[in-house]
Ligand binder design. Structure first.
Ligand SMILES: Nc1ncnc2c1ncn2[C@@H]1O[C@H](COP(=O)(O)OP(=O)(O)OP(=O)(O)O)[C@@H](O)[C@H]1O
Ligand SMILES: O=P(O)(O)OC[C@H]1O[C@H](OP(=O)(O)OP(=O)(O)O)[C@H](O)[C@@H]1O
Length: 211
C-alpha cells in the first residue's frame, strides 16, 4: 500500500474527524495524545496526518504534499483552488448568514458596509442579489463590527447562534449550509488510485450506513 498523507484542519474539525477515521479502521492514537506535535502516523495503516490551519489544508492538498484534506466548505468557497471535493462528511455543520443589530434594514437602498472574515463569499452573495456593498475584512470576533458601527451587518458562520444572541445580533438572511468536506489532490487520485478510493469509499459507506 502506498503512503497517504492526510491534512486535517486544526481545532474543531480535527476532533470530529477522529471518530470517523477510527470507524473505518485507521488507528489515530497519536492524534488523540498529541501534545504540541503536528505530524502523526497511524500504527495500522500507511497513513500519516498533518495538523494545519484550514486554508493551509487547501494549499497542502493543491500542491500534492497532502493527498487528502479535511476542511470546511466555508474555506473551500472563500479560496479558489485546484482540487477535487469528494465527500460531504456531515460534521462541522454550521451556516453562512447575514446578521446585524435589530434596527438593520436589509432592504435599504443605501450602500451597505459588510464586515466579514470571508470577503469573497460575502461579495459573491451580494453580487448575486444585485447589490453593490463595501466589504471590510475582519480576522475574528466579527460580531463587534455592527455593534460599534464599523459595518451595517456581518457575513459570518452561525452554528448554535449563541455568539449572535449574547451580542444582541439577529440573523437577517441565510446564505448557505456548511459542513466539512473530504478533498483530494488531482494527481493523487490517479497515481494512488487504489489507496485513495479505498479510504474514500469506506468513509462513504460508513456515512451512508449511518442514515
Ligand atoms: N461555530 C463555528 N465557528 C467556526 N467554524 C465552525 C463552527 N462550527 C463549525 N465550523 C467549521 O469548522 C471549521 C474550523 O473552525 P475553527 O474555528 O476550528 O477554525 P478557524 O475558525 O478557521 O480557525 P481560527 O479560529 O484558528 O482562525 C470552519 O472552517 C467551519 O467549517
Ligand atoms: O453560532 P455559534 O455557535 O455561537 O458559533 C459561531 C461563532 O463561532 C465562530 O467564531 P470562532 O469561535 O471561530 O472565533 P472567531 O470569532 O475568532 O472566528 C464564528 O465566527 C462565530 O463567531
Amino acid at each position: 500500500m502506498r503512503h497517504i498523507q492526510i491534512a486535517l484542519t486544526k481545532g474543531r474539525l480535527e476532533k470530529q474527524i477522529v471518530p470517523l477515521l477510527e470507524k473505518i479502521g485507521i488507528d489515530c492514537s497519536e492524534l488523540k495524545d498529541k501534545g504540541r506535535k503536528l505530524v502523526f502516523h497511524s500504527h495500522n495503516a500507511n497513513v500519516s496526518f498533518i495538523l494545519v490551519k484550514a486554508v493551509d489544508v487547501l494549499t497542502y492538498v493543491e500542491h500534492g504534499v497532502a493527498d487528502i484534506g479535511i476542511v470546511g466548505k466555508d474555506v473551500i468557497m472563500e479560496n479558489e483552488k485546484e482540487l477535487y471535493e469528494m465527500v460531504d462528511l456531515g460534521i462541522g455543520r454550521c451556516k453562512f448568514s447575514v446578521a446585524s443589530i435589530p434596527s438593520y434594514n436589509p432592504d435599504s437602498y443605501k450602500k451597505k458596509t459588510i464586515a466579514t472574515k470571508y470577503p469573497n463569499v460575502a461579495s459573491a452573495y451580494f453580487r448575486r442579489k444585485g447589490e453593490d456593498v463595501e466589504i471590510i475584512k475582519i480576522e475574528g470576533s466579527v460580531e463587534i463590527a455592527p455593534l460599534l458601527g464599523l459595518a451595517d451587518a456581518i457575513v459570518d458562520i452561525v452554528e448554535t447562534g449563541a455568539t449572535l444572541r449574547e451580542n444582541g445580533l439577529i440573523v437577517f438572511e441565510d446564505i448557505c449550509d456548511i459542513s466539512a468536506r473530504l478533498i483530494a489532490n488531482k494527481a493523487s487520485l490517479k497515481m494512488k488510485k487504489d489507496e485513495m478510493f479505498s479510504i474514500i469509499t469506506q468513509i462513504e459507506e460508513h456515512l451512508s450506513a449511518r442514515v
